[in-house]
Design a protein around this ligand. Structure first.
Ligand code: VGL
Ligand code: ZN
Length: 216
């Protein structure tokens, strides 16, 4: 454990952001991320170190624009261009109110105060918990954290190279000191997405840390 970092975790000005730990992203789910379920005990231990914990939940309406099934002739993992830019198409996942959209029941974070749902706009995806894929529409998370005096965030969950990466980069862009706890995330790794995430973290001063530095 690194004393300065574990003190920072417990500080009321820090928050742990737990990204998209939902059944559809876990083995057996519609868009399963390998090893995602194995993160649950570690995220529980990390969460216990933090005064502030926020959970995000991918929460799409049926026929969401990010679903391949919404575009005739397209397959999951194709890339298309939408008015707001490039969009990877996904299998139908995390549809509002379905079992696949539920947060893993073994995630044990009773002190969580905010569960932030994102991707709710039928025509705009949102990997980031801060800003939707049009890069304009705010979810309100930056305002929520700032109004509560939070200036530092640690990001964990799924998927490292999509929702974790976009969330961490947007946190940094919004002025938060930002760490990704790398062993508390798992990637999808699609078309170089993981390498790109590492490069973007470095360029943006998103810091990387191992959970060992925060928990015993
Ligand atoms: C995610 C793809 C589509 C994620 C969400 O949580 O990383 N990835 N929707
Ligand atoms: Zn999604």
């Amino acid at each position: 454990m690194t004393p300065s970092l574990s003190r920072l975790a417990a500080d009321p000005r820090s928050a742990l952001l737990v990204i998209d730990m939902q059944y559809d992203f876990l083995p057996g789910g519609a868009l399963a991320v390998a090893g995602g379920d194995a993160l649950v005990p570690l995220i529980n231990r990390l969460g216990a170190q933090f005064r502030n914990v926020v959970i995000s939940q991918d929460w799409h309406p049926a026929e969401h624009i990010s679903f391949a099934s919404s575009h005739a002739g397209r397959q999951p993992f194709d890339s298309i261009t939408l008015p707001y830019g490039p969009q990877t198409l996904w299998p139908d996942h995390c549809i509002q109110g379905t079992r696949g959209a539920e947060i893993h029941a073994d995630l044990n974070l009773p002190h969580v105060q905010l569960i932030l749902r994102k991707g709710c706009n039928p025509g705009i995806d949102s990997y980031s918990a801060f800003v939707e894929a049009d890069r304009t529409t705010q979810t309100g998370l930056a305002g929520y954290l700032k109004e509560r005096g939070i200036d530092s965030v640690f990001v964990v969950g799924l998927a490292l190279d999509f929702c974790v990466a976009w969330t961490a980069l947007d946190a940094r862009a919004a002025g938060f000191n930002t760490w990704v706890i790398t062993d508390a995330c798992k990637p999808i790794d699609l078309g170089g997405s993981l390498d790109k995430a590492w490069r973007n973290f470095q360029a943006a001063d998103v810091m990387r840390v191992n959970s060992r530095e925060l928990v015993d």
